[in-house]
Design a protein around this ligand. Sequence first.
Ligand code: SF4
Ligand code: SF4
Length: 385
Amino acid sequence: MSGTTILKPDLGFVNEVIRSGGESLKKCYQCATCSVVCNVTPEDKPFPRKEMLQAQWGLKDQLMKNPDIWLCHQCSDCTAYCPRGAKPGEVLGAIRKMSIKEFSAPGFLAKMVGQPVFLLVLFAVPVLLLLAEGAGHVPAGKVAFGLPGGFLFSMKWIDPLFTAAALFALASLGLGVRKYWKAMAADLPADRAANINLGAAIKETVSEILAHKRFQKCETTKGRSTAHLLVFYSFIGLFITTCLAFVKMILDPGTGYLAYLHHPVQVSDSFLTGLFAVYKIIGNASAVALVAGILLMMSNRFKNAKKAGMGSYFDWLFLTIIAVLGITGLLAELLRISNMPAAYPVYVIHLCFVFFLFAYAPFSKMAHMFYRATAMVFARATGRG
Ligand code: SF4
Ligand code: SF4
């Protein structure tokens, strides 16, 4: 019959949403209070009521290509006001987790990252790689990491190893985001698809993300914006630190690759010490901001647990990885400055968490920044921003 839509419910999907943190899904009776109280949703076809219905009916295909699941910023106003305790904010969180799993490749890694039973196996990978690199060996003498004879200097494969992990993550994320974009664009009417202004949409989205404008609209979890901003900018600071450290590592005639290659390029000492000071300051300030931001996020979760829910294993894995990464990074530096050999094992733990965060980024909650940014660009470019 013309004009008839045939729905294909996927009951396995409904059960997976429930298992992934959306156990309250079936309590929803479609009153739409959630869509009314949400300050982030567009007025046209607002979320999350319709997503609750789609999830209850097992309409996986519709949900997976829906930009709205990522336009939600998990501020939990809807959860706080839902008269049935259906926790739509948590249900959308579970659907986002499944969206990451749907689009990321290889799929088995997404499955493993999402289940606590595989946690030890995932950690065993960096532990074994680092031990094979000699991370169990503690050098004698003054505690040093990067200097000749220092801890990292003998680990010849550490840079290629982490570079390969980062490239793998970037490739996987790129493929996942491309698949998500294609899925969203598949149903776009031809006239709207032809009028997409990607440049303007990207520019507006970047400015919105830098200012965290949407987070500031949240009411129930007000502190989220500050905590998220701290973590967001600390990641940018740590990225800048890594780039500067890499430049110094190449240029330093005493310890860098130029020395290794006996390259004749001369680099002034003042430039290198200046660079050293700059990246140390940015790195330490970013690490402190990272730890402060993530602890604030954790404390907000506890504070708002009654109104907003505690979050799922997926959320807590991400928070815990970042917290331990930040704390061990700062602790390793303090122990090294104090010349205490405990700096070595603490640093190895730090490296394991760094590996975990980046190598598994396409499958963990870390991927949210890429999928959400993609959905925001898509929404703006297609007039739903
Ligand atoms: S999730 Fe709650 S507020 Fe939203 S439509 Fe369902 S019952 Fe109403
Ligand atoms: S969690 Fe916040 S942003 Fe997401 S649907 Fe609910 S009220 Fe809207």
